[in-house]
Design a protein around this ligand. Structure first.
Ligand code: 13P
Length: 251
């Protein structure tokens, strides 16, 4: 990992968790307190229903929290949606945007993701902007072009103070137990880094690029050691304190 970038290990709970799951955060806090200080920023993105109570437990332990989506507008007649200022008000510091599950389930395109990212930045949140190719795109040799196109259209041009993070999540690796080879991860992260630097100069060199997709305690050490991998976006393994703590400890 580049020394200048503080690694970020982010848990994406997706549509999982009820108030009973708060005990898992208390367990994670206990595990973190019992060991050496983590060498990374630790973030949990629970469902919105848990954001405020989870933040109350997480914040004293130094664990940050984030949302999983936001609307491009701060408030208004948008039934079922959540504005970025609402996430911030509930304690969020980050928000995951453009996750492939939202791109697929809700037909979100990169232009919408970009407007959501601008809204997040406006509310003082750091967006974690997700990109990644499908299995068919990988097989047809199109992965880098797809990711480059998503990145160009999803990342807003102006993100000053709170910064951004990018997560490379190959769709075919999410929840499948499959991961790209180390060489494929290295190549894609290097491509993303080059594109960020070409567009944003030194600021682009400082953007954390996370890897996501079947990141587990058993593969975290190897994947997190790859150049330009500045942390992870963890799904299933973030639901259990022991597994998530093992990934944090692998940094
Ligand atoms: P898994 O870690 O369960 O494969 O999920 C990855 C992911 O989609 C994180 O956003």
């Amino acid at each position: 990992m580049a020394d200048k970038i503080t690694p970020l290990i982010a848990g994406n709970w997706k549509m999982n968790g009820t108030s009973a799951s708060l005990a898992e955060i208390a367990r994670l806090a206990g595990l973190l307190a019992a060991g050496p200080p983590p060498r990374c920023t630790v973030l949990i993105c629970p469902p919105a229903t848990l954001l405020a109570p989870l933040t109350a437990i997480a914040a004293p332990a130094g664990i940050l929290t984030g949302g999983q989506d936001c609307h491009p507008r701060p408030s208004g007649a948008h039934t079922g949606d959540i504005g970025a200022p609402m996430l911030a008000d509930a304690g969020a510091r980050y928000v995951i945007l453009g996750h492939s599950e939202r791109r697929a389930d809700h037909a979100e395109g990169s232009e919408l993701v970009c407007s959501k990212a601008a809204a997040a930045i406006g509310a003082g949140l750091t967006p974690i902007i997700c990109v990644g190719e499908t299995e068919a795109e990988r097989r047809s040799g199109d992965a880098e072009r797809v990711v480059a196109t998503q990145l160009a259209a999803s990342v807003p041009g102006d993100w000053g103070g709170c910064g951004i993070a990018v997560a490379y999540e190959p769709v075919w690796a999410i929840g499948t137990g499959l991961t790209p080879t180390a060489a494929d991860i290295a190549r894609m992260h290097a491509t993303i880094r080059q594109l960020l630097e070409a567009r944003f100069g030194a600021a682009g060199a400082g953007v954390p690029i996370l890897y996501g997709g079947s990141l587990k305690p058993g593969n975290a050490r190897d994947i997190l050691a790859i150049e330009n991998v500045n942390g992870g976006l963890v799904g299933g393994a973030s639901l259990l304190a022991n597994d998530f703590h093992a990934i944090i400890s692998a940094v």
